[in-house]
Design a protein around this ligand. Structure first.
Ligand code: SF4
Ligand code: SF4
Length: 287
């Protein structure tokens, strides 16, 4: 496992330095929750707040989620694991945040765990990367020598299903949805305000947690995240009824990567794949 204590120490040290120097007005990191297994997203705004910062194997939240809550121009330091750094890149590509306003506190890490199940999530629900893709300051030694697992390996069983079985699978899963919207709240790429599902004119779907409305909410959300999901897995972990949303997002991400040769949030110079027309692009998306 990664040296979580060392990372926590370095996180506190850098947060203190940045706040004291006035380089940022807020540091987005983690604080203790009701127990060690449930740390919480935390915004440290003063040196006095630094003592509350923690980092352990349950700090799964994607802190990039909170960047869009601050007015443009706010100087922010944000703790980023691999997937979180991809979210930052994607948000920069989508012009929701500017690179020059951010200090990225990179966290190279493996051995992260799901708070609910205790299972290691490194390669199942997340993108399988250990090191942040982009950072300014690295809070630990880069991780090398871990088994490389394709983020799409977990799709094998799902892909073996035929069309009818997949429809049945998703219908059963989405029927469980209680429409708490925790998936939307946890997702760094779900920032529309208002979300289509909260609009009343036009009213896109029924808000009651019933089959047709659930299907409409999720299929639209899946569609909105096509080419944008950075595979942090937070939506699935946030779901109180354990709907494996990551399967759908990964499947769409895989198809996008195959069609357009680009994974979301991997390079600053990329453009979001579905708003970037290239004559050589595959027409498979129209099928
Ligand atoms: S859809 Fe889920 S896995 Fe993808 S970026 Fe949002 S929270 Fe992360
Ligand atoms: S978190 Fe789960 S139950 Fe809540 S809206 Fe999302 S899929 Fe439905």
């Amino acid at each position: 496992m990664a040296d979580f204590k060392k990372i926590e120490e370095n996180l506190k040290k850098e947060a203190k330095r940045l706040l004291e120097a006035g380089e940022v007005t807020v540091v987005l990191a983690y604080s203790k929750g009701f127990d060690e297994k449930h740390p919480m997203p935390y915004a440290a705004k003063s040196v006095a707040d630094i003592k509350n910062i923690v980092f352990n194997e349950y700090c799964n939240h994607n802190m990039a989620r909170y960047l869009v809550r601050y007015p443009q121009g706010t100087k922010i330091a944000v703790a980023v694991k691999a997937a979180d750094s991809r979210a930052v890149i994607q948000l920069i590509q989508e012009e929701k945040v500017k690179r020059e306003n951010l200090v990225l506190l990179g966290i190279p890490v493996y051995g992260m765990k799901n708070s609910k199940t205790g299972e290691v999530i490194d390669s199942k629900t997340t993108s399988g990367l250990c090191n942040p893709v982009l950072y300014d300051i690295l809070l630990g030694a880069e991780v090398h020598g871990q088994k490389i697992v394709s983020p799409y390996e977990v799709l094998a069983e799902y892909e073996a299903m035929d069309k009818d079985a997949r429809w049945e699978f998703w219908k059963n899963q989405l029927d469980k949805c209680i429409r708490c919207y925790a998936c939307r709240k946890a997702c760094p790429m779900c920032y529309c305000d208002p979300c289509f599902i909260d609009q009343s004119k036009p009213r896109w779907a029924d808000k009651a947690p019933q089959s047709p409305g659930n299907m409409m909410y999720h299929l639209t959300r899946f569609h909105h995240l096509a080419g944008r999901c950075i595979d942090c897995g937070e939506c699935s972990r946030a779901c109180p009824v354990d709907i494996p949303l990551y399967l759908f997002h990964k499947k769409v991400a895989k198809e996008c990567e195959e069609m357009f040769g680009q994974a979301a949030g991997m390079k600053l110079e990329d453009k979001p794949v579905l708003v970037d027309f290239r004559v050589e692009d595959s027409d498979k998306i129209l099928e």
